[in-house]
Design a protein around this ligand. Structure first.
Ligand code: NAD
Ligand code: LMR
Length: 332
């Protein structure tokens, strides 16, 4: 059996509870790969991980390798191949007497977490480590972590797969087709209400989703805000931020990065911009991505963007630039 070291922050959180069994069951890294899992938590809750580890053992998966709980980020990420940065404060909870409502509120609270984590990853994880940031505000947290890691051979991603899955589900429902018929979904920009879940380049059975649905009013005034605000709608409905669907999207992202993309399709995640589509270099931006047969992840080029798309992409770019400005002391 092959072996892989996987580190995860926020191991005692609700996303982790859905995610962990699926990381060591063979589903994510393959049935021929043993997964050594390092769970990283803050001191106040690290003891709870003893119970989580008992449960993971009790799952009885043959792909389960060593299981470790630690408060030490350095111990956690040492030699890690994949690092899932989930640990951070979600919206909807009260911190210092103030209800955390918007991602901007999270910037300063969570941004600080990613400096030390980035440094440890850059220094100690594998040279070709892949890092997926789930904790919000995911794009800017990834920007901070990647900057502090100062290690250009490692690959940083921020998660937009949940938004892509939400967007596909809405289009499929409206068109009355199976979700598998919806392909080529891009979430341009930020994992926030400014994201642009591109309906023009998404396809339903090979045809532009806008053409297939043929209801521009619904696309612009219902579909877009619904996808952009879905995170908040889930928080309002269940009193906690999405967890099972977020864990599922994290697994989708790891699998999409690690396996060759189906011919003609692409997947969605935020990566450091190389200037493609005029996006400022270095910004962690949601793009259409493909994994090549050699395993490299590339931004899909040549996608046509109409004026509507360009105006939406401008808004989300500006938001990411203002988030960057707000944490400039952490990304210098
Ligand atoms: P949660 O509060 O249930 O769990 C978060 C865990 O992180 C807690 O156990 C906490 O102790 C831990 N933690 C905090 N600081 C840490 C640190 N410095 N090191 C290690 N662990 C630390 O929250 P959750 O519902 O699991 O959500 C986690 C994050 O994911 C939130 O920021 C949430 O907004 C975000 N999220 C992102 C997406 C996305 O699509 N990108 C989707 C859903 C949720
Ligand atoms: C989501 O999209 O469900 C999460 O990012 C939670 C949130 O704060 O919206």
């Amino acid at each position: 059996m092959k072996e892989i070291n996987v580190a995860l922050t926020g191991g005692a959180g609700q996303i982790a509870y859905s995610l962990l069994p699926r990381l060591i069951s063979g589903e994510t890294f393959g049935t021929d790969t043993k997964v050594n899992l390092r769970l990283i938590e803050i001191p106040q809750v690290v003891d709870k991980l003893k119970g989580t580890i008992m449960e993971l053992i009790d799952c009885g998966f043959k792909q389960t390798g060593s299981l470790l709980a630690t408060t030490d980020i350095k111990e956690g990420v040492q030699d890690a191949h994949w690092i899932l940065l989930v640990g951070s404060i979600p919206r909807g909870i009260v911190v210092d007497g103030k209800k955390i409502e918007e991602r901007s509120d999270l910037l300063r609270i969570n941004g600080g977490i990613f400096t030390g984590q980035g440094e440890a990853i850059g220094e100690l994880a594998q040279e070709d480590a892949k890092i997926l940031v789930v904790g919000n505000p995911a794009n800017t947290n990834a920007l901070i972590g990647r900057t502090k890691s100062n290690n250009p051979t490692q690959s940083w991603f921020a998660m937009t797969a949940l938004d892509a899955n939400r967007a596909k589900a809405q289009l499929a429902e409206k068109a009355g087709v199976d979700i598998a018929s919806v392909t080529n979904m891009t979430i341009w920009g930020n994992h926030s209400p400014t994201m642009y879940p591109d309906p023009y380049n998404a396809k339903i059975d090979g045809v532009s989703a806008v053409e297939a649905i043929n209801d521009l009013d619904w696309i612009e005034n219902e579909y877009l805000p619904l996808v952009q605000q879905r995170g908040k709608a889930v928080i309002d409905a269940r009193g906690a931020s999405s967890a099972a669907s977020a864990a599922n999207a994290a697994i989708d992202t790891v699998k999409a990065v690690d396996s060759q993309t189906t011919e003609g399709d692409w997947f969605s995640a935020a990566v450091p911009s190389d200037g493609s589509y005029g996006i400022p270099e270095g910004l962690i931006f949601g793009f259409p991505l493909r994994t090549s047969d050699q395993g490299s992840v590339e931004i899909v080029q040549g996608i046509e963007l109409n004026d509507f798309a360009k105006s939406k992409i401008k808004v989300t770019t500006e938001e990411l630039l203002s988030e960057k400005e707000a944490v400039k002391d952490l990304v210098d």
